[in-house]
Design a protein around this ligand. Structure first.
Ligand code: SAM
Ligand code: SF4
Length: 489
């Protein structure tokens, strides 16, 4: 009988992407995906350590899984991801019933290592450096839950040193994937029926920074594509820019939507704005992480921009790109944040007029610079009050921007039945806004309104977090040229 696996993902899109990679490797190895951790043969916990509670959540989950392990000896437990990278042997010390601990640099070996645990017993394999093999870099293919859409990692690691952030420690230094290889991968995805590509990197808009002449000479990236085409007239530019990559991806036959996350404000170049402005397939949404609106805190964080510079770049982006939606990340309660610092954040947030924001309570991450500023930690009740005040400012602009869309007709990529109301469908606009819309009787055919269809929806009402609308028209149904592997988990 086929063995089954269940993957639980904690954290960001990078982790979601790694989970898809793990799932595909296991599927390739003959496993089937399951949505039930209690009955699966293998449970993979793909961990995150960016913010607090990661270990509490992990050990809580491992505690529940121990009961299953006690009953079924052949049941396997895998811990992967950045908490595994950081805590390594500690995980098996605290939970000796775990079979495999695998870090961020070698997720591509999960299936092989899992197999080895049957003969060798428990394995902990954490690498300090990435394995730069094809397997590691290659995309896991279309997203398992949304088969018309795929994440493509264009770069791994991060060379910045934001004082609060653990990513450089657990994901390593920044490495860009070869340009030609990325385009080849997107072409393959397009042939498989994918129409939406999200380019992923921790500092995605600095893509190519490490692809130098030397790398080109040594054949690390494809000279045919990256060659003279990306040199300036004077021959000055010797590497591809992120804007070049987005444009090329957008031109691939079958690709209708190109998205990216996360760009760093200090590295937002005019070329990226220009590519977004002039290429209709590059969606008009910019995730633009502010972190703080206080220059003093931004300097302590080592973000490399002032509030004024951030707002200038945002203004340039809005001037250049038609109908741009902007979202952000903001941390509340960075060590030493005064009321004055926080008010500066409120002011920048109000002036930026965000469409939405991920707001985080500062969480000390062991080994980071800010975690050592213990004497300046902010009292939880002060943080909680600031967090609520920030939410009011964000929701105000989000609602205003969403209400301004009422009456407009938006092209929506259908994600499936609404989770809240099965009589409605949900999808995303070009600006990445979630829209719930009715299923008119004439469009009830599952085939025509299937996941991956593009439809026109008239926006009828708005909240700070989503839009509601009325289906007008099915623009096109998904066409999968090859059978896509779809598995739920
Ligand atoms: N590379 C992206 C950038 O520079 O904006 C961010 C990547 S990080 C995985 C996602 C978000 O988590 C950050 O933008 C930040 O707001 C938040 N974050 C990271 N470390 C944090 C910490 N120690 N406490 C609270 N939030 C944190
Ligand atoms: Fe972390 Fe800063 Fe790198 Fe983003 S840019 S991943 S916040 S160190």
């Amino acid at each position: 009988m086929e063995k089954s696996f269940f993957v639980r993902t904690f954290g960001c899109q990078m982790n979601e992407h790694d989970s898809e990679r793990i799932s595909n490797l296991l599927i390739r190895d003959g496993y089937v995906s399951s949505d039930n951790a209690l009955t699966a043969d293998v449970v993979v916990l793909n961990t995150c350590c960016i913010r607090e509670n990661a270990d509490t959540k992990l050990y809580g989950n491992l505690g529940h899984l121990k009961a299953i392990k006690d009953e079924r000896e052949d049941f396997k437990i895998v811990v992967a991801g950045c908490l595994a990278q950081k805590d390594r042997d500690l995980i098996r010390k605290r939970a000796p019933w775990v079979d495999l601990v695998v870090g961020t640099h070698n997720v591509s070996r999960v299936a092989t290592l899992l197999e080895e645990t049957s003969t060798k017993g428990p394995i902990v394999e954490i690498l300090e450096e990435s394995i730069l093999d094809q397997e590691f870099f290659s995309s896991p293919g279309p997203r398992l839950s949304l088969p018309y859409s795929a994440y493509v990692t264009v770069q791994i690691g991060c060379d910045n040193n934001c004082a609060f952030c653990i990513v450089p420690q657990v994901r390593g230094k920044e490495i860009s994937r070869p340009f030609g290889e990325l385009l080849g991968e997107v072409r393959q995805l397009a042939q498989d029926g994918v129409t939406e590509i999200t380019l992923l990197g921790q500092n995605v808009n600095s893509y190519g920074r490490d692809l130098t002449v030397d790398a080109r000479r040594s054949g690390v990236f494809d000279s045919k594509i990256v060659g003279e085409q990306y040199l300036s007239e004077e021959g000055a530019r010797l590497r591809p820019l992120f804007g070049d990559l987005m444009r090329e991806v957008a031109q691939i036959d079958g690709i209708s939507r190109v998205r990216f996350t996360s760009p760093h404000p200090k590295d937002l170049r005019p070329e990226t704005i220009e590519a977004m402005a002039s290429t209709k397939e590059i969606m008009n949404h910019l995730h633009f992480p502010l972190q703080s609106g206080s220059d003093r805190i931004l300097a302590l964080m080592h973000r490399g921009y002032s509030a004024e510079r951030y707002l200038e770049k945002l203004r340039d982006a809005r001037l250049g790109i038609d109908d741009l939606a902007v979202t952000t990340d903001i941390i509340v309660g960075f060590p030493g944040e005064t009321e004055e610092d926080f008010e500066a954040t409120l002011e920048v947030a109000a002036s930026a007029q965000y469409d939405g924001a991920y707001t985080f309570i500062y969480s000390p991450r062991p080994g980071t610079e800010a975690a050592a500023m213990v004497d300046r930690f902010i009292a939880p009740e002060v943080i909680s009050d600031r967090f609520d005040r920030l939410k009011v400012v964000i929701e105000r602009s989000a609602l205003a921007r969403h209400e301004a869309r009422i009456g407009r007709v938006e092209e929506v990529l259908v994600e499936g039945p609404s989770k809240k109301n099965p009589d409605h469908m949900s999808g995303r606009t070009a600006q990445n806004k979630l829209v719930h819309f009715n299923k008119e009787p004439q469009f009830n055919s599952a085939e025509r309104l299937g996941v991956g269809s593009y439809v026109e929806v008239e926006i009828t009402s708005a909240t700070p977090y989503f839009l509601r609308g009325r289906l007008l028209n099915v623009v096109r149904s998904p066409r999968h040229r090859r059978k896509l592997q779809v598995a739920a988990y």
